[in-house]
Design a protein around this ligand. Structure first.
Ligand code: AMP
Ligand code: GLY
Length: 430
């Protein structure tokens, strides 16, 4: 069958989405992104450069290309109503309508939904629309909170008291963001990502992945969009028990059921960020999309036909049998500009050496006359696969080390040492 699919977005995640679609049978790809990603461009029949939130232009391009389906990478176009606009043109979007995307784009909506429908894993929280009220609550309670702007922040806007800020710093941050804030109980534990395919009714889970938010080795430094991630051959993580996993899946199913009760249809990828705590898994947040970098691990491992998954999500007929992943470990390492995230060095030439059989995904990088140059965000990533974590890590690390120029990466991601530390931490708190 011939399937023409629009891919929206120009980062590493979207390169992985495009790559997985290009492996599918009968799929041709048209893509729209704000800056030309050389990896996506090479796999696309047609590309269009425009802001991904310029809905009329994106829809006009989709119509011209004659696509039947669209796959949306980032959250911003979903918030801007891209799925709604495509639907009115008869194009099925894998990515929820604006109302359902609020699960990510509106942290207050998300927590209220969990509370109203008694979905487990919801930390204590309070939402505010006023600086003074939020600051007074913070002061009176005398507890430590995670401070979250209610709206989208590109994954970089959460400040944790006791980690990033003290009480004064917390109040200053609340003032800075204008008082639109959710204050949440600060959770302690280890984080994991559970991503799922959702067709409106069924939730099909993918393997667990762990991302690394902090910029530097040993989880030091500022939060980033994610420096790299790994997954294990058994699709679990050693610090997550079978019970934790079952609870996390039940939470994802609970969220979908709650949305249906509220009259919201969810089709797309639903991402759960969890923290395993002494009391089991708690929800950090949901995203209405694939994670980046996690998408690169899992789409490299995906062994079933992604085009079929897209079609079945659109039709509402997705089953667990349609989805399979290789039983291998995966390690993804991002190269980022020197100075990222605070002061990234832009426009620096980089050279990729011999990267063996790791998989290269381009992200925020430009190509001019065959040479690559950094931009302000994450540059490119490598994924190594292997029968063991060690083998996958070695491949990703060797590939990352082959890149010369003003970029850096975390050498510790996917190492046994980091994994042992996480397991030790969980033994201490359980
Ligand atoms: P986000 O921008 O929502 O992905 O959050 C960034 C990071 O903040 C997460 O990956 C967690 O490490 C941390 N975080 C968010 N919410 C909480 C919470 N309630 N307790 C502790 N840490 C949190
Ligand atoms: N890796 C975290 C995110 O995509 O938000």
């Amino acid at each position: 069958m011939d399937m023409k699919i629009l891919v929206v977005g120009g980062g590493g995640r979207e390169h992985a989405l495009t790559e997985a679609l290009s492996r599918s049978s009968g799929v041709t790809i048209c893509s729209v992104m704000s800056r030309k990603n050389p990896g996506i461009a090479a796999l696309s029949e047609d590309i269009f450069l425009c802001s991904e939130t310029d809905i009329p232009s994106v829809v006009a391009f989709a119509r011209e290309c004659g696509v039947r389906y669209a796959v949306v990478g980032p959250e911003a176009p979903l918030e801007a109503g891209l799925a709604d606009a495509l639907a009115s043109e008869g194009i099925a979007c894998v990515g929820p309508a604006r109302g359902a995307a609020r699960i990510e784009t509106d942290k207050e909506f998300c927590r209220n939904l969990m509370k109203k429908h008694d979905i487990p894993g919801c930390p204590a929280f309070a939402a505010f629309h006023d600086v003074d009220a939020a600051c007074a609550y913070l002061e009176e309670s005398g507890r430590e909170f995670a401070i979250k702007p209610i709206g989208l922040t590109g994954g970089k806007g959460v400040k944790i008291m006791g980690e990033h800020v003290d009480v004064e710093g917390a109040k200053e941050y609340i003032r800075e963001i204008g008082g639109e804030v959710v204050l949440e109980e600060r959770l302690i534990g280890e984080e994991f990502t559970l991503m799922t395919f959702v067709d409106g009714e069924h939730v099909v889970p993918m393997p667990l992945v762990q991302d690394h938010k902090r910029a530097y080795e040993g989880d030091e430094g500022p939060n980033t969009g994610g420096m790299g991630s790994y997954s294990m051959p058994d699709h679990m993580l050693p610090f997550v028990t079978e019970d934790d996993y079952a609870e996390a899946v039940a939470i994802m199913e609970g969220v979908l059921a709650a949305m249906r009760t509220e009259g919201l249809v969810y089709k797309g990828f639903l991402y759960g960020q969890f923290m395993v705590t002494a009391n089991g898994p708690m929800v950090i947040e949901f995203n209405a999309r694939f994670g980046d970098p996690e998408a690169m691990n899992l789409l490299t491992l995906l062994s079933s036909d992604f085009g079929v998954i897209v079609r079945k999500i659109a039709e509402g007929t997705l089953a667990a049998e349609d989805v399979s992943f290789l039983h291998k470990a995966s390690v993804c390492k991002y190269l980022v500009p020197e100075g990222y995230p605070g002061n990234p060095q832009k426009g620096e030439r980089i050279d990729v050496g011999n990267y063996g059989d790791a998989v290269l995904y381009y992200a925020n990088v430009t190509e001019e006359n065959g040479a690559l140059y950094t931009q302000t965000s994450r540059t490119l990533a490598f994924v190594g696969l292997g029968d063991t974590l060690e083998e996958a890590e070695e491949k990703a690390e060797r590939a990352a080390a082959s890149v010369t120029g003003a970029v850096r990466h975390r050498t510790d991601i996917g190492t046994r040492k980091v994994l042992e530390r996480r397991m030790q931490h969980m033994r201490e708190i359980r």
